[in-house]
Design a protein. Structure first.
Length: 151
């Protein structure tokens, strides 16, 4: 029996010119956008190569991070496809690959650190105690969601 190897991309996305995150974004829409990018860059062959292995494992709307699984043989092409995405859900977007790992566990550790750092930066931007409480609540739920990622 052959083991199928995957690579997990921890991706941070920003919508330039928008301060609020897009709360209507979902895993299916993100996966379709990535598949469209694969098709544009690598045609039918690329689409067939990564279509079965591509999956959005985790999407955090408030920290604007996601974890995307690609087949290991498509790692370099996956990075190119993620870099070439400029429109997501009808809005301009900038995608930044933060980490590439071979296991979910390795990416989970980086995701926790990155999520905490992102929310601490947002905490510094808060102007009132009410805003800080909201960020603290998001921080607590985000960490628990990250620790419960389904394998």
């Amino acid at each position: 029996m052959v083991r199928i190897k995957n690579r997990y991309f921890l991706v941070e996305y920003h919508f330039p010119g928008h301060t609020q995150p897009d709360l209507t974004l979902n895993e299916k829409l993100l996966a379709e956008t990535v598949l469209n990018s694969v098709h544009e860059n690598y045609g039918e062959f690329g689409l067939g190569t990564c279509q079965k292995g591509l999956k959005v494992v985790y999407l955090a709307l408030l920290t604007q991070t996601c974890l995307i699984r690609f087949p290991a043989s498509f790692e370099k092409q996956g990075r190119v496809c993620l870099s070439s995405i400029v429109v997501l859900h009808g809005r301009m977007v900038v995608l930044n690959v933060v980490h590439v790992g071979g296991t979910i566990k390795a990416c989970q550790k980086v995701l926790v650190k990155h999520g905490v750092n992102t929310l601490h930066r947002r905490m510094l931007d808060c102007k009132s105690e009410g805003e800080r409480e909201k960020v603290r609540a998001v921080l607590a739920t985000t960490i628990s969601n990250i620790e419960n990622i389904c394998f």
